[in-house]
Design a protein around this ligand. Sequence first.
Ligand SMILES: [Zn+2]
Length: 197
Amino acid sequence: MVLALFMLSCKTEHKNAKHDTTETVSQPKVSKFQHYDSLFMNHSEFIADEFDFPVGKPNAKGYYNAQKFGENYHLGDDWNGTGGGNTDLGDPIYAIGNGYVDFSQDIGGGWGNVIRIIHKFDDRYYESIYAHCDSVMVHAGMFVEKGKQIGTIGTADGQYLAHLHLEVRDSLFMNIGPGYSENTEGYLDPTTFINQY
Ligand SMILES: [Zn+2]
């Protein structure tokens, strides 16, 4: 019921801001870190050296962040085209940094198509998560470079006006999560992170 109150005060273009909490992603832990250590050791050209915004080159040109990290307990950013409505439907989504696509799948619920990229940066690991995609252009097991188009902005099957929900996490392999929470452990402010690096 608490979430319902946030939805009423929500300034975003979400028609229904609820992200399904029932979806989970199977995520083995320790062995996966070793897996990524060797993956990035063998493909060191895909270690991230800097990050950029996931829409509107350069620097999110033509887009605005309709619901910032922390606003209404939002765990990410909501990128919307400045044209409003569904004017950004089908627009490109770019990888925010070099990395490895770990997950690319329609998980339904409030999420729709979700892409997750693992980034090795400064000897640490981060994840970027791109949700509600209209189409996806990458699959699990691919390396990507910063700025590569990985999909298009969508509505999660008509649940929202088109926008990109972007999360950045410094704790890997958590469940897909609720999208909104008072508990921000493991989550970073994507815009702060991108501007910093
Ligand atoms: Zn969102």
